[in-house]
Design a protein. Structure first.
Length: 413
């Protein structure tokens, strides 16, 4: 009976869900703080945070109260009307991003929708004279047809060709940008740390050079802060580590702690490009989502979680180093967006071993583990992580050694 009950959700999943995802590892039913539980009562330490979404941890009282209070007050009205939560969040995002008076905010329901709005912003700016849009190879901007066209990963695009035209992909070097940019470029899209590609940082000085070159050629600089925003890297937004001012940024993941929301935030003259009828969304910016995001950002601010992200990030890097695993080459990333680089392409095996030991992490690529835990984690969670991650690494090291022995035996036989 029990065995049947435990397999049935897998049957349901493989029968009823679209086949865009591999097998799901567990049926998760509950979360508190940095922990999750499955239907069998197994507890997991969540160091993925729903892919950099769960900024405050699961079922944080501020999140729970904001959802309940706003659902009981006003959930949705359409964009024919303004609501206090929407205006409050727009003003807050402008302040946190540092747009000053002239900034504006467009609300959607996901990262991809925020980037779709940014793509349309680029076209409005470019018109007929500036048909070119530049983006970086290997950067990720979303899965919709527009944002897929911006995503420099040929394997992801290929099944869905033809792509929306006009996008060209560059190497992430200042020289490549210098060589490509001219007065026919409408916009440059940049992911400040390439999260999906393996938590890859840009070269030193890239954003400053990108700002200088786009300004000189009249192109917009649009920074995708969907994964890096909401304090995760130790600044509200990653571009703020550099001191530049972009023309627009996009945000989503971490601002809502799980309520679906995305936003395009514009700076200066780019704020006046949209005009009535050029864009919209039925759900976008509804009072429920915006009240929750405001409460989440308010808690990140009042609890000092942006500084905490920088400190806890360093603590995790130190903990990873202290494990002393021969598999680990080092850590990339900033704050609590961390890529653990492995010496062998065994990230998938490490993720699987970690899950067996009760730790949820993910493989950003074949040889990189991505960590994006809640900004609220403390010493206890980091100790638990170190212990579980060490066990997962040891499991994979043992398997690799066995393989080596096996190969040697076969070779000598
Ligand atoms: C996740 C992500 C997106 C897409 O967001 P969705 O909410 O999945 O549509 C876009 N850009 C970056 C950098 C992301 O990390």
């Amino acid at each position: 009976m029990t065995a049947q009950a435990t397999v049935s959700w897998k049957d349901d999943a493989s029968r009823d869900l679209v086949l865009n995802s591999g097998d799901r590892f567990a049926l998760l039913v509950r979360g508190v703080g940095a922990h999750l539980w499955d239907d069998e009562g197994t507890r997991y330490l969540d160091f993925l945070g729903g892919i950099a979404v769960i900024s405050l941890g699961h079922a944080h009282p501020v999140f729970v109260k904001a959802v309940a209070d706003q659902a009981a007050t006003l959930g949705h009205v359409s964009n024919y009307f303004a609501t206090p939560p929407q205006l409050g969040l727009a003003a807050r995002l402008k302040r946190l991003a540092g747009t000053g008076e002239s900034g504006r905010v467009y609300f959607g329901n996901s990262g991809a929708e925020a980037n779709e709005a940014a793509f349309k912003l680029a076209r409005l700016h470019g018109g007929a004279d500036r048909p070119r849009i530049l983006a970086l190879k290997n950067a990720f901007h979303g899965r919709t047809m527009g944002t897929l066209a911006l995503t420099g990963k040929p394997a992801m695009q290929q099944p869905f060709e033809p792509m929306v035209p006009g996008v060209e992909f560059l190497d992430s070097t200042i020289e490549a940008l210098e060589a490509a940019i001219d007065d026919r470029v409408a916009a440059l899209f940049v992911e400040p740390i390439k999260g999906e590609a393996g938590v890859l940082e840009l070269p030193e000085g890239y954003l400053a050079a990108a700002r200088e070159l786009t300004e000189r050629h009249g192109a917009l600089l649009i920074i995708d802060e969907i994964q890096t925003g909401a304090g995760r890297t130790g600044a509200w937004f990653a571009f703020q580590h550099t001191g530049i001012t972009p023309d627009a940024i996009t945000v989503a993941k971490g601002i809502g702690n799980g309520i679906p929301i995305g936003a395009l935030i514009t700076f200066g003259a780019a704020s006046d490009l949209f005009y009535p009828g050029t864009h919209g969304s039925t759900f976008g910016g509804n009072p429920l989502a915006t009240a929750v995001a405001s409460a989440v950002l308010d808690e990140i601010e009042s609890a000092g979680l942006v500084d905490a992200a920088a400190e806890r990030g360093q603590q995790i890097r130190d903990a990873v180093t202290a494990i002393g695993s021969a598999l680990v080459e080092g850590c990339r990333g900033q704050g609590l967006l961390i890529g653990v680089a492995l010496r062998h392409p065994v990230a998938g095996a490490v993720v699987a071993a970690a899950q067996q030991h009760g730790l949820i992490i993910n493989a950003a690529n074949d040889s990189t583990i991505r960590l994006a835990p809640a900004l609220t984690i403390g010493d206890v969670e980091i100790d638990e992580f170190q212990n579980l991650f060490a066990r997962a690494l040891a499991t994979v090291e043992d398997a690799l050694m066995l393989d080596d022995t096996h190969e040697t035996t076969e070779a000598s036989a």
